[in-house]
Design a protein around this ligand. Structure first.
Ligand code: AMP
Length: 220
């Protein structure tokens, strides 16, 4: 399974990709997570990326393509992957297409997670991630279960992403409209686009996503 999840910040790409990773055994490849790891490690890339991320802007296409090339070459991606947050521009989509064409492993589908902008604001305002395991929660709609433990046996250590503040969210949504939305037509023209309603509970959205996957498998 080689899938791209496309959608605005807060549409649920990360949460659904984490679920699918657990269920289908193919890795979630989140370029946002890869960049946050570089920030946490204090590498040159991380230091440069942090400034761009905190401003709600996009990291340069050539850097992102380098990151994705390296990540998809790792052995766990050989059986497939779920791309979450990549590609975000036409240049990235062209680069990904060329890379996968070289490898002879094209993407199966691009799933657009459609959602009302008002819901996005609410989702992002309540979003929290675990500092240690990286799982994504929502303080109201998807909090950790009482007593639930992190991978290391301790309680989850939740934090709010610095770019989830109101002002940066506004900027990220406008960058999404300008730079990423054109990918909807781009993939529709290639016949790869599938749309799902990303409103509702995690389980509801997950079933819609699974239905798309099932339709791909049955079409093969
Ligand atoms: P995300 O976790 O996907 O919301 O990404 C967080 C931030 O990382 C974005 O707002 C961008 O600054 C940066 N980023 C993540 N993926 C990309 C990408 N494919 N291209 C450019 N910047 C990215």
């Amino acid at each position: 399974m080689r899938l791209v999840l496309l959608g605005a910040p807060g549409s649920g790409k990360g949460t659904q990709a984490q679920r699918m990773q657990a269920r289908h055994g193919v890795p979630q490849v989140s370029t946002g997570d890869l960049l946050r790891e570089a920030v946490a490690a204090g590498t040159d890339l991380g230091r440069a990326a942090k400034i761009v991320m905190d401003a709600g802007q996009l990291v340069a296409d050539n850097i992102m393509l380098g990151i994705i090339r390296e990540r998809l070459a790792r052995p766990d991606a050989a059986r497939g992957f779920i791309l979450d947050g990549f590609p975000r521009t036409i240049v990235q989509a062209d680069g990904l297409g060329a890379l996968l064409a070289d490898l002879g492993t094209p993407i199966d589908a691009v799933v657009l997670m459609e959602i009302d902008p008002e819901v996005l604001q609410k989702r992002l305002a309540g979003r929290r991630s675990c500092r240690r395991c990286g799982r994504v929660f929502h303080i109201e709609t998807n909090p950790p279960k009482p007593g639930e433990r992190c991978t290391d046996g301790k309680l989850h250590d939740l934090f709010q992403r610095p770019d989830d503040n109101e002002e940066t969210v506004r900027e990220r949504l406008s960058v999404y409209c300008e730079r990423t939305q054109p990918l909807i037509d781009y993939y529709a023209r290639k016949g790869l686009l599938r749309r799902i309603d990303a409103a509702g509970t995690l389980d509801e959205v997950n079933s819609r996503l699974e239905a798309v996957l099932a339709s791909l498998t049955s079409a093969h």
